[in-house]
Design a protein. Structure first.
Length: 410
């Protein structure tokens, strides 16, 4: 507005008075929440469509293979392994223990409570069985996870990257688990949206989502650590910049979100401690399942026990994993995203659990797929990008069907 504009000259003193009194200039009203949600959903529609297409490919291939083997695809997805443990908790609560032939025990307290609680709620509100309810929860959660993954990718590198990122998560080698009544999709949904909340400075929302993640899987420790590291780095940066006056008040919401984040995980650990009468009962339970932290000793022992070609191949795969992590660092991913990704990978590698579970445990580390997503978009045409994703989808589907019809999910 020109300096000699009479209207500007007339309103300037009033505006200065409003500012001096601490009042804000009126802002245009925000669109209603329903409108914002519809807009966000419309923006994510291509990503959700791509993700649904690749996962549907996996389900069709599994259904055909299961039919050929005279087996039920739905039973393979919702009626075996960990799914049965969750359904038993949903039906009867905690208290079931399996005694192994070698004398070891596997108590159901190793499984976190949110998925069975949701299964029970859905089964009571619908005609579905607990197995069907578990599949419904997992499938809805998978779409919410793909949406959150798109949101993170789109915010960092643009909408096209977000679409490809969601599709790549759907063709991850163990992506068939995303269609099972397991907790991977539920946890990844909470993690992706928590990271998005941090990126958009919604710290209370991020902390609340961490609470839910902490009631879903023990790997919520990676998400909690990412929030804490980001908050600590923010405070250190402000301190070094000399912005010490009011530093706590200015970052009150961030500090509240960080304080809120571990409460879900801690609540379940406390529940197990009280139930078992020992402050370290939760860790004892995990050790009974062979899931203690050993710093990578079990992984090293597994590699050393393989034939030379297998050991070399596995070492090459680990080097490749390290290279992808390096690419994430070189890509300058934001600190919360990078810290979460690295923490998930580290937790998966330093545990003493079954080696075959490690790729599945790393699946929630979706930021690992950001470098290949960006690289795919450098192809000359969209058709080539689609073709690469389609080939990966078929390979993932074939591997998923082979695994589910064989020894089971790693």
């Amino acid at each position: 507005m020109p300096d000699d504009d009479p209207a500007a000259q007339a309103t300037a003193p009033a505006l200065r008075l409003v500012r001096q009194r601490g009042h804000r200039t009126p802002q245009p009203p925000r669109p209603p929440a329903r409108g914002r949600l519809a807009t966000a959903l419309a923006a994510a529609a291509p990503a959700l469509g791509a993700y649904a297409a690749v996962r549907l490919t996996g389900l069709v291939v599994l259904a055909a293979a299961a039919s050929h083997a005279d087996k039920s695809a739905l039973h393979l997805l919702g009626g075996r392994w960990d799914s049965v443990w969750y359904q038993r908790i949903a039906e009867n609560g905690y208290g079931y223990t399996v005694t192994l032939p070698n004398g070891g025990v596997h108590p159901d307290l190793a499984f976190f409570p949110l998925l069975p609680a949701l299964e029970r709620a859905v089964a009571e509100l619908t005609p579905l069985s607990l197995a069907g309810a578990g599949l419904l929860v997992a499938w809805i959660a998978s779409l919410l996870a793909a949406w959150g993954i798109f949101a993170v990718g789109a915010r960092l590198y643009g909408r096209r990257t977000g679409v490809v990122l969601a599709a790549l998560w759907g063709v991850y080698p163990t992506a068939f688990v995303q269609s099972m009544a397991y907790t991977e999709t539920l946890f990844t949904a909470f993690a992706a949206w928590a990271l998005y909340a941090v990126l958009t400075r919604r710290w209370i929302v991020a902390g609340a989502l961490c609470v839910l993640a902490g009631l879903t899987r023990p790997s919520a420790a990676a998400l909690i650590a990412a929030l804490a590291i980001t908050a600590a780095a923010t405070l250190v940066h402000e301190y070094r910049a000399g912005r010490t006056d009011g530093i706590v008040r200015r970052n009150a919401r961030m500090l509240a979100g960080v304080a809120l984040a571990p409460l879900g995980w801690l609540a379940y650990v406390l529940f197990v401690a009280v139930r078992q009468g020992s402050p370290f009962a939760y860790f004892d339970v995990q050790a009974q399942w062979g899931n203690s932290i050993d710093g990578g000793a079990a992984l090293a022992s597994f590699i050393l026990g393989l034939p030379l070609p297998g050991a070399l191949g596995l070492c090459a795969a680990l080097v490749g994993l390290g290279w992808v992590v390096f690419l994430c660092v070189r890509q300058r991913q934001p600190l919360p995203v990078l810290a979460y990704c690295v923490a998930v990978v580290v937790i998966a590698l330093i545990g003493s659990g079954y080696f075959g579970s490690r790729p599945r445990l790393m699946m929630p580390a979706f930021p690992l797929l950001l470098p290949p997503a960006v690289a795919l978009l450098r192809l000359r045409t969209t058709a080539r990008t689609v073709a690469v994703v389609a080939v990966l989808a078929l390979a993932s589907a074939a591997y998923g069907a082979w695994t589910l019809l064989g020894s089971g999910p790693p």
